[in-house]
Ligand binder design. Sequence first.
Ligand code: TRP
Length: 336
Amino acid sequence: MDALKPSKDKVLTGIKPTGELHLGNYIGSLLPIIEFSKDSSKDVILMSADWHALTDKKRIREASSYALKAIAAFLCLGYHIEEQSIILQSDFPEILEIQWFLSTASGVGLLERAHAYKDALQNGKESTIALFNYPVLMAADILTFDSQYVPVGKDQLQHLEYASDMAKSFNFLVGSSVFTEPKPLLQDTPLLMGIDGVRKMSKSYQNEIPLFAPLKEIEKKVKEIKTDSKGKDEPKNPEDCLIYQIFKSFASKEATSYMKERLEKGVNYGYGHAKQDFLQEHERVFGTKRELFEHYLNNRDEMRKKLEPGMEKASVLARHTLSKAREALNLLSFKR
Ligand code: TRP
């Protein structure tokens, strides 16, 4: 019953796996979560939210493979799996039952006002019940595991307020404190610019640099990074150089200051050279993990072994929360 000891703060974070991972994902979510996992004063659960990914109807049958790839990436890139947990959302049916309980305490008006929902409709997405319910499912993710803290970016802050509101309303409805009201840990993660230098890096704009794609594919993308027409013997301002801007987000300190110096000096260092250095550092940071990444994907059992201790801890929490909620609702059961 380790998981129920109140000694450590419980932190839950979730990612919605909707595509092949790229540098933008690395900077915006993988890296900050990996950092969190190193804090042994906290119990961290990372959830790969494959049910949430199903709201993307165009790629509904790929959600599961992306969910798996996300988990493999975290394992390869240094998530502290020995101490912390990674779970696959759809392994925990408790979440869906809790989602139903929460929906009894959530007004339609609240969900209609959700920014993410309104944005999705404005972008031409079809208004499915799943899309509408998205915040309730997310609240259930958080409350099922009795989470006290949830690291979120600004875009997810409203969802977190909803989770808190739903916990409060439900507790009020049944007259007991079944759910813990979670608090946000607001993350300030800068957006990474895409290789077109126009929009943020995103798979949907095809301006991304993948993490684990074959070398040839990465090389092609690196070659496409937008530059101006300065020659190899002209000094360049690194702050205006897109290659450098993307490079410094993942490169080592040494590699970053090396490129900065060479650009500033502008002696026999053109954009071609910078792109070569980019590719080399990308290979060092991600390429060397490519084999392990593929290995995990092809050896599901090995992956499961890594996840198992965390899954068990999470299961104890989920069952405990669900039975508290059922009890508070006076639900009966004929099943043993
Ligand atoms: N909605 C989040 C996103 O799109 C992903 C997510 C799902 C999540 N469940 C969660 C985040 C629980 C935090 C906690 O980024």
